[in-house]
Design a protein around this ligand. Structure first.
Ligand code: HEC
Ligand code: HEC
Length: 202
């Protein structure tokens, strides 16, 4: 899998096309269906939870993230390994084009998890955990986890990807998101898994 991805990425980079394609809207679409799809899948539906689904993600959120990879502000290990290089050649116009392309794709259908975990997750997602000062996720991510603007869609995302991000906010490896660091500060690993499983299933 790794070798295939490396080959696909290498082929596109070797063609010298990324820098040129990274300049305008048409180029953005070519990038999305070319190099980005090697990891994020066709139309932004990826097959591995290491690579987030991008289909139906909020355009403003994607723009902010690509900007944060390019400026090295989002610096968790997988961001460094996979996205710093990718984002380094993108122009602002190309970032906007990529964000609009993915926002317009049909989101993945959420996977329903284990019943008790889903019930606990629903409670956290809709009500928060008052005793621990955890706010309701729905207040920012939306009733159906569809997101809005800078608040990302969580619905249809790989649950394992969401868990990894929540761990990153908590441990400080994804350190450029003070709002989320505050949200997860007191959450246990089980509470994180429950909230992620429920949000992903929407
Ligand atoms: C070699 C694999 C690879 C390629 C190619 C790749 N990405 Fe990524 N991308 C990743 C990984 C891994 C992550 C998750 C990083 C993390 O865990 O912080 C990611 C994260 C992202 C995110 C953040 C999503 C979120 O929910 O926060 C966006 C946006 C993104 N990539 C866009 C792109 C675009 C646009 C391209 C093409 C220009 C691209 N990626 C090419 C591997 C890749
Ligand atoms: C006060 C608003 C707010 C609340 C409440 C909130 N979030 Fe977030 N969340 C955000 C913002 C803003 C981001 C984007 C962070 C960034 O800029 O990188 C985010 C990002 C995330 C991400 C990363 C998504 C991705 O694609 O990488 C996950 C996972 C997440 N939130 C889960 C949750 C869960 C679970 C809860 C409830 C326990 C929650 N959030 C509550 C505002 C909020």
């Amino acid at each position: 899998m790794k070798t295939i991805i490396a080959l696909a990425v290498g082929a596109v980079l070797a063609a010298g096309s990324t820098a040129a394609l990274a300049q305008d809207q048409e180029g953005a679409k070519a990038l999305a269906t070319g190099v980005c799809s090697a990891c994020h899948g066709p139309q932004g539906h990826s097959i591995s939870p290491v690579f987030p689904n991008l289909a139906g993600q909020q355009s403003a959120y994607i723009t902010l993230q690509l900007d944060a990879f390019r400026s090295h502000e989002r610096g968790d290990p997988n961001a460094r390994a996979y996205m710093w290089g990718m984002a380094s050649q993108l122009s602002d116009t190309s970032i906007k084009g990529l964000a609009d392309y993915y926002a317009a794709q049909k989101p993945a259908v959420g996977e329903i998890g284990d019943k008790p975990l889903m019930a606990e997750g629903q409670k956290i997602y809709t009500q928060g955990i008052a005793a621990q000062g955890v706010p309701a996720c729905a207040s920012c991510h939306g009733k159906d986890a569809e997101g809005a603007g800078a608040f990302p869609r969580l619905a249809g995302q790989h649950a394992d990807y969401l868990v990894a991000q929540l761990q990153g906010f908590q441990s400080g490896t994804r350190a450029n998101a003070p709002i989320m660091a505050n949200v997860v500060r007191s959450m246990s690993p089980e509470q994180i898994k429950a909230a992620a499983t429920y949000a992903a299933s929407r």
